[in-house]
Design a protein around this ligand. Structure first.
Ligand SMILES: C[S@@+](CC[C@H](N)C(=O)[O-])C[C@H]1O[C@@H](n2cnc3c(N)ncnc32)[C@H](O)[C@@H]1O
Length: 399
């Protein structure tokens, strides 16, 4: 196995073909300048990437170049920890079939909206159903006072003007009646989830933060849900989808329970970093909107989240890699975006787990992120280096 630092070259121009060997692909990926403008900007790329804020979201440019260099058009790509859907979306934009799995309902709704971008007609139809429901449903006082969460950063009721809160509770009830999301319902819900809290005029909350709901400040001002939602929908619908865009799919379940109908050419993913974000707490207001109740936030209820499992033992990755082998075609590629935090070098810790299951370790690349922008939130914890671990499944997998 080789290990080397990422080197920044002036040009990203080396040609690759469908038959380029994997070592050349990694060389080309290692040269791209994602720390330089314009790639370093978090909003680089298709505007659909900004559909809804999500902690720990990968920079779209990184996802773009991983897909571009490591896979071919028509490939089936899986991200089993899809988060906001950055990797599956980049796959779909580049004529690969992007599929995402995530255990977190907020991540699921985001990923689904991005890999199945709906028609404008379907979006308006669904938005009108929501509007009729809000007009007709008379929310009872008890429904508003009943909402009791764990006061993670203040009470939920403290974030909103009471009339805005009543509309939010009604909209949440409407979404709870949906058995299975359609592309349009996922798109509209993602738009609504995005505007729930923030420090900009689009947000329904008092002044807070768009990524993490920090305790709110400022006056309680009524903000009508539908007019704010319509403005967000209009902005999101302006996304320009290239001709190469194809639809993928999204599944709401733990990676360990995921059964694929067909195997994948590549798994490209970014699992939770060690000792970093607990995704179910970081997004508590948005998760409440997705249907979670007070008890759902307890770590004991969240034992199937990888961030909880890996805190107990890194050996859980043996189980993860066995699952990956099951999901990949023989010889399929697996790329993991990881982090170094303090003395914990996740890439190095994962290598023995991967080798135990039969993966060949191709390379571990490092990227220094200590100077990266942090948007006012230290969402990277003290992660000071990011890494890319490149693995390959054996050509013949003994069953
Ligand atoms: C670092 S985030 C992925 C971020 C993503 N690459 C993006 O750009 O938004 C890790 C994700 O793993 C998910 N996750 C944690 N445990 C999981 C499990 N057992 N199965 C599937 N997803 C899981 C979390 O909900 C979180 O969304």
């Amino acid at each position: 196995m080789e290990s080397n630092q990422l080197t920044l070259f002036d040009e990203y121009s080396e040609p690759l073909s469908d038959f380029s060997p994997v070592s050349k692909r990694i060389d080309v990926f290692a040269k791209f300048r994602y720390k330089a403008k314009p790639y370093c900007k978090r909003n680089w790329g298709n505007s659909l990437h900004s559909l809804c804020s999500y902690q720990g979201k990968l920079k779209p440019a990184i996802a773009h170049f991983l897909i571009k260099t490591m896979t071919n058009q028509g490939d089936r790509i899986l991200d089993p920890f899809s988060g906001a859907g950055t990797i599956p979306l980049e796959a779909c934009l580049q004529a690969r079939f992007g599929h995402g799995v995530d255990i977190n309902p907020l991540a699921h709704v985001n990923t689904l909206a991005k890999v199945t971008f709906p028609s404008h007609e379907a979006i308006y139809d669904f938005r009108n159903r929501l509007s009729r429901y809000i007009d007709q449903y008379l929310v009872a006082e008890s429904e508003l006072t009943q909402v009791q969460l764990n006061n993670i950063n203040g009470r939920l009721q403290d974030y909103f003007h009471p009339d805005t809160f009543a509309e939010i509770v009604t909209a949440r009830k409407f979404f709870s009646t949906i058995d299975q999301h359609t592309p349009a319902s996922a798109f509209v819900e993602s738009c609504l989830l995005h505007i729930l809290h923030g420090n900009r005029p689009y947000a329904l909350s008092r002044r807070s933060h768009g990524l993490t709901p920090f305790s709110p400040t400022g006056p309680f001002k009524y903000k009508q849900l539908l007019s704010h939602l319509d403005a967000k929908i209009q902005r999101a619908m302006r996304a320009q989808m290239p001709k190469s865009y194809v639809h993928g799919s999204a599944y709401l379940c733990s990676v360990f329970d995921f059964m694929a109908e067909q195997q994948y050419d590549a798994i490209i993913t970014s699992p939770p970093f060690l000792n970093s974000t607990r995704f179910y707490i970081a997004n508590w207001i948005r998760l409440w909107f997705c249907g979670w109740e007070k008890n759902d936030f307890k770590p004991t209820k969240r034992g199937d989240y990888l961030e909880e499992m890996q805190a107990k033992s890194i050996t859980v990755y043996e189980k993860v890699f066995l699952k990956f082998l099951n999901l990949l075609k023989p010889g399929g590629l697996c790329v993991l975006h990881l982090g170094v935090k303090g003395r914990r070098d996740m890439g190095k810790e994962l290598i023995p787990q991967a080798e135990k299951t039969g993966f060949e370790v191709l390379r571990l690349l490092y990227e220094d992120v200590s100077l990266c922008e942090n948007h006012g939130v230290r969402d990277q914890g003290s992660t000071n280096k990011h890494q890319f671990l490149f693995l390959q499944a054996p050509t013949f997998i003994s069953k």
